[in-house]
Every structure is written in structure tokens, then in C-alpha cells.
Design a binder for this molecule. Structure first.
Ligand SMILES: [Zn+2]
Length: 139
């Protein structure tokens, strides 16, 4: 394959555009890289930019939806199970502090004095459970 001017990318098979090919095009000498590596070609035309933007927007909307769902979805069984082992490890006092911190500003009520740990854990949403886990495993 050859890189031809003036844009240097016309008629180039982008699938076969490797670092070695680029090296040879620029220096006139064969490239020395022995492993195969794809070169990512980013087209800046309006159509491709719009396509990329749409894909980014969709990914962003998807992330936002997941975050919104995590705020109402209950904690998963796996999260609750993991939190139970963490409680045993860190002790009740640190757990209570972390619990209060994790639910602050959310719709999940703080733990009441007579509430059992298991009950409190079951009230957590996916998002607050995630926060509580990171509070407990953090420094
Ligand atoms: Zn394009």
C-alpha cells in the first residue's frame, strides 16, 4: 500500500495502516516495529464528527440512566452480602459513621438506634450501597 498526497490519506486502506507503513511513508525507510499495530484514523468531516457526537451522547445518556436507576433500585444481593462481611471487619462504630455518610442527601433514611444491621443494609439503594462500600474499603 502507499500513502499518496496531498492529504497523505487518500486511497489508503485504513485497516492496513500500521505504524510501520506510516514510518516508511514519512522516512522512506522500512519500519522496525515487528508487532502489528492498528493506527486509528479519525476523520474530521462533518458527517463523521456528527456520528461520533451521537455515539458520545448516547453513551452519556446511558450512563445518566444507569445512575438514575441506581438511585431507586435496591442494593443487589451481592452488595448486601459484601457489606455484611465489611461490617464484621470494620466494627459497628465505623460502619454506622460510614452508613450515615453514605445516605446523607439521599432518600435513604439514616439508621435508627434500634435498627439491626441487616435491616439497614436492605434499605440501601444500589447507589448508596456502592457509596457505603467505598467508604468502608477506603483509607
Ligand atoms: Zn468522514
Amino acid at each position: 500500500m502507499a500513502l499518496v498526497g496531498p492529504g497523505l490519506t487518500e486511497d489508503v486502506d485504513e485497516e492496513a495502516l500500521t505504524a510501520n507503513v506510516l514510518w516508511e511513508a514519512v522516512t522512506g525507510k522500512p519500519g522496525t516495529q515487528t508487532w502489528y499495530e492498528h493506527v486509528r484514523v479519525t476523520c474530521r468531516c462533518g458527517h463523521c464528527e456528527a456520528e461520533r457526537k451521537a455515539a458520545n451522547d448516547a453513551a452519556y445518556a446511558d450512563r445518566r440512566d444507569r445512575t438514575a436507576r441506581a438511585k431507586v433500585e435496591p442494593a443487589t444481593e451481592k452488595q448486601v452480602k459484601y457489606l455484611n462481611t465489611l461490617v464484621a471487619k470494620v466494627g459497628r462504630e465505623r460502619f454506622d459513621t460510614a452508613f450515615a455518610e453514605a445516605v446523607k442527601g439521599t432518600k435513604v433514611a439514616p439508621r435508627s438506634a434500634d435498627e439491626k444491621t441487616g435491616q439497614a443494609l436492605k434499605r440501601l439503594t444500589k447507589a448508596t450501597a456502592r457509596k457505603l462500600i467505598s467508604e468502608l474499603v477506603g483509607p
